[in-house]
Design a protein around this ligand. Structure first.
Ligand SMILES: *Cc1c(COP(=O)(O)O)cnc(C)c1O
Length: 364
């Protein structure tokens, strides 16, 4: 038996990530540039190799969520023009921002006051981005807070590189919030920092058209092959393949049930394959009764509950039974991360950021 086939394999196509980045850039309005969002370890794919590949392909600006992510990213892309930290200059020694050349995204009046005080201490205007809220009600200064900050001395202490906001419903092209957020964003940005670059669009926002591009866009999911609109034709190339081995084959001899709770009945004549994949690997327990895998190019439904480290597939429909060690496709040419997400009742983002905590990532 070929032992290499018995290993689970989470394969990440860095060439496809770069092609998706370049395809996004091609869509942009003149004067707009594309940063890359590599938070949460590049959506679970590995921030360091992903950022390395994107930087080699010409990407100069990156977004992470936390300062820790920024620190580790800086070692992978020392040449990057800017690494923005979305959560701002909090929960860390401020010195780390300087030591690793990280730029905070200021989200609250407290963030602004803190960073302005640092600028006065350093006796220079410190680079920063500013997040303004335009309807998401998650992160960013409210309209009233923007009003209070306009013309404030704290603002003059900062080198405001970017004013940004985030779309709540960018994946629904006809949603009235898109236009409303865009209008509010333009008004607030013009009032607060008329010379700073502006950024509104995530991946889905880019697909809304050039009116949403401004000077910078912030794609994440599209880079990783997730469909920004969740459904319909995906304009971006798949990036992730996950295969796991068949651990055991069983020809059912007596009527019985499969898995915890005895929830799924089986009869003699059925053939089952147990696979080394479970909810500890991010394969959601919610896929019980809904998930499927592909073996030898055929769809095999899961049977019984998803357990921590294994699932059971019904392989009775295969003409040639698989052998122990044969690979079963979890994500790949036959079913995308978005397809698995639809089976699990979640989105592709959650599938990618959850999957394969135990698997070695293989980069192509
Ligand atoms: C995560 C995130 C993005 C990227 O969003 P995608 O939908 O993955 O393209 C952009 N901007 C902000 C503020 C984010 O939090």
């Amino acid at each position: 038996m070929d032992l290499t086939l018995t290993l689970p394999e989470l394969r990440i196509d860095l060439g496809a990530v770069l092609r998706n980045y370049l395809a996004l850039k091609k869509r942009l309005a003149k004067g707009a540039d594309a940063a890359a969002v590599v938070k949460a370890d590049a959506y679970g794919l590995g921030a360091l190799p992903v950022a390395r590949a994107l930087s080699d392909g010409g990407c100069k600006a990156f977004f992470v969520a936390t300062p820790e992510e920024g620190i580790s990213l800086r070692s992978a892309v020392p040449e990057a023009d800017v690494i923005y930290v979305l959560h701002g200059p909090k929960n860390i020694d401020i010195k780390e921002f300087f030591a690793h050349a990280l730029t905070p995204v200021l989200c609250t009046p407290g963030d602004v006051a803190l960073w302005a005080a640092e600028a006065r201490k350093a006796d220079r205007r410190l680079p920063a981005a500013l997040h303004i809220d335009t309807g998401m009600n998650r992160l960013g200064l409210s309209a009233a807070e923007v009003e209070r900050l306009t013309g404030h001395a704290d603002l003059a202490a900062l080198d405001l590189r970017l004013v940004m906001s985030h779309l709540a419903c960018g994946d629904e092209p006809d949603h009235p919030m898109n236009g409303a957020q865009r209008e509010q964003f333009e008004g607030l940005a013009a009032r607060l920092a008329p010379r700073a670059a502006r950024s509104l669009a995530n991946s889905a926002g880019i697909l809304l058209g050039s009116a949403y591009h401004y000077e910078m866009v912030r794609p994440g999911c599209a880079l990783y092959g997730i469909n920004p609109r969740g459904a319909g034709e995906n304009p971006f190339a798949p990036v992730v393949t996950l295969t796991v081995p068949v651990l055991q084959l069983r020809d059912v001899e007596t009527t019985g049930t499969v898995g915890y709770g005895g929830t799924a009945a089986v009869r003699p004549g059925q053939r089952l394959a147990t696979l080394g994949l479970g909810y500890a690997d991010g394969y959601a327990r919610a896929l019980t009764g809904r998930g499927a895998v592909w073996i030898d190019g055929r769809k095999c439904p899961l049977i019984g509950r998803v357990s921590m480290d294994s699932v059971v597939a019904d392989v009775s429909g295969l003409e040639t039974p698989p052998r122990e060690g044969d690979p079963a496709e979890i994500i790949g040419p036959h079913q995308s991360a978005d397809d698995v997400a639809a089976q699990a009742g979640t989105n592709g983002y959650e599938v990618l950021t959850s999957l394969g905590k135990r698997y070695k990532r293989v980069y192509a």
